[in-house]
Write a new protein. Structure first.
Length: 352
């Protein structure tokens, strides 16, 4: 397509003019108007898949290269091929695979970026948030909300510890765009434990809340959403005939005190696709990261077709057509920046 500088009058003079205004901190809008205001989203992120079988050995090798304590967080970033060098899986979200070996700790800190953990492999490690520890099991969804102290640890081999790997999801690129990042280290490696494990789940995880609880906090008061409960919900709904032609059986995780999202910047979902499911095509403006828990199938995203299996991670960019199918009963966890788009009245969904 011709740009004005190639077609307009006095074309040779134009570049000289652009150079002149550039010296005054100005630029011609008419040269970039189309890309600044596209007819529809033009994400630089591309569809991508990380096969766990391929990346697992590399994640485990990180354990030979550096300790969790030295690394602070020993994570391999899942970087979108369309966003090289930007520690981003989508334009607003970060993803990484974190490894913690038996006997290790990842020291306590806090930051304004919100984080979610989705446990991929191994069990028995813990995350501590605000004085309460939560034991990790595969498929559990755990949050570390903005500005909460958090550290991770794993029992020694003698205590039954095993390597644990989880998917980290953070809103790092979003907070970077907003220039709203702050962080600090806790004075000790681990924060003191002030409540027994299960306290927040007992108080808020059973469709009840403490009688005088009043909160306008947009962040969930429970830190862990155990897989067995979420999985059972999907199973029961499926067996009662619930099946959406696009999504299969899909639930979103909630802040049980408000009905809103677990954290203000990231939405999380769990969905079941029965064997033989061939979903219809949809597209959303919230680019979405998927982590496969169980089963196998195909994800068609834009022009890409991915065969997914347990523990794989894949990403659908904004507004790319997505079609999910399963050859075996499949369970997919996913996260996106939907709460941000919804709050700004920007969320668009199309079911085709
Ligand atoms: C972080 O604090 C964690 O707490 C994981 O486990 C990944 C990536 C960038 C910045 C902070 C964690 C992170 C992170």
């Amino acid at each position: 397509m011709n740009t004005p500088s190639q077609t307009g009058r006095n074309a040779p003079d134009r570049q000289a003019y652009y150079d002149r205004i550039a010296r005054h901190g100005m630029a011609p809008l008419w040269e970039s108007l189309h890309s600044l205001v596209p007819r529809e989203p033009q994400p630089r992120a591309v569809p991508a898949l990380w096969k766990y079988d391929e990346v697992r050995p590399l994640v485990m090798q990180a354990g030979d290269v550096i300790s969790a304590e030295e690394a602070v967080r020993r994570v391999l970033i899942l970087e979108n091929p369309g966003l090289p060098g930007r520690a981003s899986i989508t334009s607003t979200l970060y993803a990484g695979l974190q490894l913690i070996l038996p006997g290790e700790i990842a020291p306590s800190h806090r930051h304004t970026q919100s984080a979610l953990r989705f446990i991929v492999e191994g069990q028995g490690a813990y995350t501590a948030v605000n004085g309460e520890r939560t034991t990790m099991r595969p498929g559990d969804f755990i949050i570390t909300p903005s500005w909460t102290w958090h550290d991770h640890g794993n029992p020694t081999v003698d205590e039954g510890g095993e390597p644990v790997v989880w998917l980290d999801g953070l809103d790092i690129p979003l907070i970077g765009h907003l220039d709203a990042g702050f962080a600090e280290n806790y004075p000790e490696a681990t924060q003191p434990v002030s409540r027994n494990e299960g306290h927040s789940f007992a108080a808020f995880g059973h469709n009840m809340v403490p009688v005088r609880h009043r909160s306008t906090d947009p962040t969930s008061p429970i830190f862990s959403y155990p897989y067995d409960r979420s999985r059972e919900a999907l199973d029961r709904l499926f067996r009662q005939g619930e099946l959406d032609a696009w999504d299969g059986v899909k639930l979103r995780y909630v802040n049980p005190a408000t009905g809103g999202w677990p954290m203000p910047t990231m939405a999380t979902f769990l969905q079941f696709l029965p064997a033989g499911f061939a979903g219809r095509t949809y597209r959303n403006t919230d680019a979405t990261v998927f982590s496969v828990v169980e089963g196998q199938g195909t994800a068609r995203i834009g022009d890409s077709t991915f065969q997914y299996g347990p523990r794989d991670t894949f990403v659908a960019p904004s507004w790319a057509p997505v079609q999910l199918a399963a050859t075996q009963d499949a369970v997919l966890f996913s996260y996106s920046d939907r709460p941000v788009q919804a709050a700004l009245n920007l969320l668009r969904e199309e079911r085709i």
